[in-house]
Design a protein around this ligand. Sequence first.
Ligand code: FAD
Length: 328
Amino acid sequence: MSKPTHVAVIGAGLAGLACARRLREAGMQVAVLEKARGPGGRMTTARGPDWQADLGAQYFTARHPEFVAAVEEWCRQGVAAPWDGRLVRVGAGGVVDVDDGPQRWVGGPRMSAVTRNLAQELDLLPATRVTGITGEPGGWWLQTEEGRSAGAFHAVVVAVPPAQAVPLLQLVAPEFAERAGGVAMRPCWSVVVRVDGEAPDFDAAFVADDTLRWLARDGSKPGRERSDVWIAHAAGAFSEARLEDDAGSVGRDMAERVRSMTGITGPTEILRCHRWRYSQCMAPLDDGYLLAAQQGVGVCGDWCHGSRVEDAWLSGHALAGALVDAGL
Ligand SMILES: Cc1cc2nc3c(=O)[nH]c(=O)nc-3n(C[C@H](O)[C@H](O)[C@H](O)COP(=O)(O)OP(=O)(O)OC[C@H]3O[C@@H](n4cnc5c(N)ncnc54)[C@H](O)[C@@H]3O)c2cc1C
């Protein structure tokens, strides 16, 4: 019997996990290395002693038949559900209901349930930041921040945002490093606030504003317990301009705008303020994924396909299929 193919996946966001799952199902031995304490990436959920809020992706839509099937499976497994909250647009024209658009889905009871579920049964190494890839095709080694090495791997998948992919790819796939270097991501500040007293009668809002672009009552999503916790995302120009400011002052300004925009008069408590240096892609590649099959080096992530949750999953899933087809 031949030995299983060893693959390393760097990054346990949705793209890396979708890729790792499919490779594992094809019989490969897969290690997933993640710099954060847990999986999820931009689908993470912030949690405190008595609250939670989805900090990055707020909901996802499903258009491609393969992703539709994956979402249906997540729903069957109880880690995703449709979200039918009252969604509005807030701008110069006042508050207008958004009645159209595709079905919106969320992880349940929190967004991170989807990625935690995918990570189950995978060989996940959390709190492991990969700083370099060395070796040669058929025998790749990964260097970690702590000065350790992991390997040898037949293939390596880089499933991190483009700016973080560049230094990893520079030596082993310079042409991919160059492609990644040309993809810009916009930053986004997120603030989580607890509202005491009367709150707006909508569940989420697309906001056309100098400070905010999104506001949602986390508790309006299925499976959540608290209804007084709100999450706001800052407008693009605001996030750019305040990128290096301290979280305390950014959070206060965003919370103040939440109050003035919604008319909330009761106390608001800032529970978390988080800076996403890389939130969503402005001009993604349209390759789906990048693969140098002979070298055994692949790249996936939302930015290879689009800018959303569905794009991340499709990218990772398709790259795994291509690696299997390549007979690695
Ligand atoms: C504020 C915000 C709002 C959003 N809203 C929506 C929305 O409403 N709907 C929607 O569809 N999409 C939304 N998105 C986009 C969506 O979250 C992403 O498209 C998707 O989650 C990207 O998944 P990914 O696996 O490609 O990347 P990521 O989730 O970024 O995963 C990459 C992983 O790699 C890890 N990593 C990075 N460098 C290293 C390293 N050197 N070593 C080890 N690990 C490393 C990171 O910690 C991370 O876990 C939003 C994103 C943000 C930030």
